[in-house]
Design a protein around this ligand. Structure first.
Ligand code: ADP
Ligand code: MG
Length: 232
């Protein structure tokens, strides 16, 4: 079963009386254990598309299935629950909670969204810390680690609940080029280890080298695709 199936997907925002067609008739399929980049200039619709896949913003038209679920049929509470169970997020500004340690930041979704018991949580968090190369950094606070390390923590937090899908909207925007490539490589390693599908967006063509499928957006439309057979 594909993790995402979009058919003739559209999103139109109303800005006063003016309709902004942020996504126009976009169709694609993403398989499990994929590593996919949506590339395009600022304003091309990348965030709009990722927000729809992440059940944060409903489509205006078309159909969107995420992990077999038609997401347009979910109400707000159901969408929130679905996100908590199936989808991890990595943001460009890391979004770590400053008053929690690295360990506690990764533990947070297990506590808040999935309500795991303490011992099970500790084992899982340690496993994730190790997976992202931060095994000895769990006691530090976000202010005590580098940008690249913060993004490693964000990747661990996105994966800790065993999400089938991780969405990363410009995850490298606030990182230098070398660190950006390290984070993309780390996400790919995590895909190999856990079989999670990763979908990230970027406007930086230099960081897409590791992507296996590249979708290019321009003015809300899908321009081209790789040779993998996902037809527009
Ligand atoms: P990207 O992430 O590629 O920079 P976005 O998805 O943020 O692009 O934006 C796509 C288009 O939709 C832009 O023209 C943007 O101005 C518009 N847009 C995005 N969000 C809103 C909104 N909440 N209301 C009105 N227009 C929006
Ligand atoms: Mg954006």
């Amino acid at each position: 079963m594909p993790v995402v199936v979009a058919k003739q997907l559209e999103k139109t925002y109303m800005a006063g009386d003016i309709a902004v067609k942020a996504i126009q008739k976009v169709s694609f399929t993403i398989e499990p254990s994929s590593f996919v980049a949506f590339v395009g200039p600022s304003g091309s619709g990348k965030s709009t598309l990722l927000n729809m896949i992440g059940c944060l913003d409903p489509p205006t038209a078309g159909t969107l299935e995420v992990i077999g679920q038609d997401i347009s049929s979910l109400n707000r509470a159901q969408a929130a629950r679905f996100r908590g169970e199936h989808i991890g997020f990595v943001f460009q500004d890391f979004n770590l909670i400053p008053v929690l340690t690295v360990f506690e930041n990764i533990e947070y979704p297990l506590q808040m969204v999935q309500n795991w018991p303490k011992e099970k949580r500790t084992i899982r968090v340690q496993e994730m810390l190790k997976a992202v190369g931060m095994a000895d950094q769990g006691h530090k606070f976000p202010s005590q680690i580098s940008g690249g390390q913060k993004q490693r923590v964000a990747v661990a937090r996105a994966l800790v609940t065993s999400a089938s899908l991780v969405l990363a909207d410009e995850p490298t925007a606030n990182l230098d080029h070398k660190t950006a490539n390290h984070i993309i490589a780390l996400m790919k390693e995590m895909r190999d280890e856990f079989g999670t599908s990763f979908i990230f967006s970027t406007h930086d063509p230099k960081v897409v080298n590791n992507a296996e499928t590249i979708f290019t957006l321009e003015d809300g439309q899908l321009l081209q695709e790789d040779s993998g057979g996902n037809h527009v």
